[in-house]
Design a protein around this ligand. Structure first.
Ligand code: KIV
Ligand code: ZN
Length: 523
């Protein structure tokens, strides 16, 4: 077998591991399960679900995904330590298809300053770890961290040794986003020319975007024989991020005649998956981001529009439908019925149960009364407001604000508990947002400390909805909440209430999220 001659490129998604460990991108267990289900529907080949030894929370998330998500291979990361490998196996063992991914740094700078290990010791540890992982499971991936800054002769020795030990996937990371396409192409060619047995394994590439070349470098590696690309939705990840999944998939697809390769990804799920990840992480997608940015298919210039009307291919190299965007994002109106709403929700990639659909439809009707035009983004925002993850116990029944220049702002709220009782409270503050947050704290009895308040417009126009993301601290843990409304103060109150509800549910379930210091991060 020569894996590189195969024309299928495997898509290895690491949104839940490398993506999630980026500052501000952490997800709850429920959010990770939603993202994993979306990745399965997107038909990625491998989901790297986390780093089980990093914290009890990471372990629980990998285990839950291994138990619940069928289809893709579920992978767990481990350093070359016995305890990490055992934890990875424990978390993964119930997955029908599973992979242990072990890694160790190989570059001189990492060997000397981080690991304090000689070259031979690194090889010994890598070989022992691959052996150990192979005793537990058949599929073992090995990564040489900082491979792009490792001497290619030494890297070849390491790779040959771990192949001999039983690794069936060899990953070559550009950990610090330092390489350039021609150089990386040469490195992969060198490995293919010098490592015995390399044609019997899958060569994989893992790039970071520090110089903005993660996608270009990944494609260069693919041209030189890599048949697995490690990437994340929206390119989220440490520092400048990882290789963006949607960009690499659409590059291979759009330039099929150049690469002669294909992936198994259902590209029509790219946009909905991107929106889901943006929503649960609060990491917004820039409007001009390739493939999934709001402007990616917008043509403003008159000359472009004229050409487009005659033949869309004049200025369009991909069809918006192919990535899951409707050509017209103006889709539903005040008179649209439940059936049309359900269809659009499904097309956007959301799987709601009957009760969630009813709630979302009710919210849609209310919004349609306030807003002239309804866009896809409005529907997504409604689902984020009412969908899974927005369980009570409290709902916001009423919010009244009095504010003005030079006047103290005051807020009155009525919260309704799932058990039927209503609580009314009022508070004053330096502004309407602060007053509303204080009133919510009084009504629910939960106190939070606000760290960050971000507003973003969901669509365009005077009546556009605003999405507010709040980051707060409670008991030393950071939590994020999102809320959407045509009124920014109400959106903020909904975001704040989302966190209050989560804190209450965690208290009831006796869950204490791990403190940041208890978690080990990987490169
Ligand atoms: O960037 C990196 O080197 C990694 C490895 C653990 C694969 O994330
Ligand atoms: Zn990485």
């Amino acid at each position: 077998m020569d894996a590189a001659r195969d024309n299928r490129v495997l898509i290895f998604d690491t949104t839940l591991r490398d993506g999630e460990q980026a500052p501000g991108c952490s997800m709850t267990l429920g959010e990770k399960l939603r993202v994993a289900a979306a990745l399965r529907d997107l038909r990625v080949d491998v989901i790297e679900a986390g780093f089980p030894a990093a914290s009890p929370g990471d372990f629980a998330a990998v285990q839950a995904i291994a138990r619940e998500i069928e289809g893709p291979v579920i992978c767990g990361l481990a350093r070359c330590h016995e305890n990490d490998i055992r934890k990875a196996w424990e978390a993964l063992r119930e997955a029908p298809r599973r992979r242990i991914h072990v890694f160790v740094a190989t570059s001189e700078i990492h060997r000397e300053y981080k690991l304090h290990m000689a070259k031979e010791e690194i090889i010994r540890r890598a070989v022992e770890s691959v052996h150990m992982a192979r005793e537990l499971t058949d599929e073992v991936e090995f990564s040489a961290e900082d491979a792009s800054r490792t001497d290619p002769v030494y890297l070849s020795e390491v790779v040959a040794a771990v192949i001999e030990a039983g690794a069936s996937v060899i990953n070559i990371p550009d950990t610090v986003g330092y390489t350039v396409p021609a150089e990386f192409h040469s490195l992969f060619t060198h490995l293919r020319d010098h490592v015995p047995g390399i044609d019997q394994v899958i060569l994989s590439v893992h790039c970071h975007d520090d110089l903005g070349m993660a996608v270009a470098n990944s494609l260069a590696a693919v041209s030189a024989g890599a048949r697995q690309v490690e990437c994340t939705i929206n390119g989220i990840g440490e520092r400048a991020g990882n290789c963006s999944l949607e960009e690499v998939v659409m590059a291979l697809r759009t330039r099929q005649e150049h690469f002669g390769l294909e992936t198994g990804v259902d590209s029509r799920r790219l946009y909905p998956t991107s929106r889901l990840v943006a929503s649960v992480t609060g990491m917004q997608v820039p409007r001009n981001k390739a493939i999934v940015g709001e402007n990616a298919f917008a043509h403003e210039a008159g000359i472009h529009q004229h050409g487009m009307l005659k033949n869309a291919a004049t200025y369009e190299i991909m069809r918006p439908e192919d990535v899951g965007l409707s050509r017209s994002s103006l889709v539903l109106g005040k008179h649209s019925g439940r059936h049309a709403f359900r269809e659009r929700v499904q097309q956007l990639g959301f799987a709601l149960d009957e009760e969630q659909l009813n709630q979302a439809f009710e919210a849609f009707k209310k919004l349609a009364d306030r807003k002239k035009e309804m866009f896809d983004a409005d529907i997504e925002a409604i689902i984020m407001n009412t969908g899974p993850g927005h369980g009570g116990p409290w709902t916001l029944d009423e919010l009244h604000i009095t504010a003005g220049t030079g006047a103290i702002a005051a807020a009155a709220v009525r919260l309704r508990h799932a058990d039927g009782r209503a609580v009314d409270e009022a508070a004053v503050g330096d502004g309407p947002v602060e007053a509303a947050f204080k009133a919510l704290e009084r009504a629910s009895g939960i106190e939070l400390e606000l760290i960050n308040f971000e507003v973003r417009s969901v669509t365009v126009g005077e009546d556009a909805q605003g999405q507010v993301t709040v980051t707060v601290t409670h008991d030393g843990h950071n939590q994020r909440g999102h809320g959407v409304s045509t009124d920014i103060v109400e959106a903020g109150a909904r975001a704040y209430l989302e966190v209050i509800n989560r804190v209450m549910r965690q208290r009831e379930a006796g869950i204490v999220p791990p403190a940041p210091a208890e978690r080990i991060n990987t490169p």
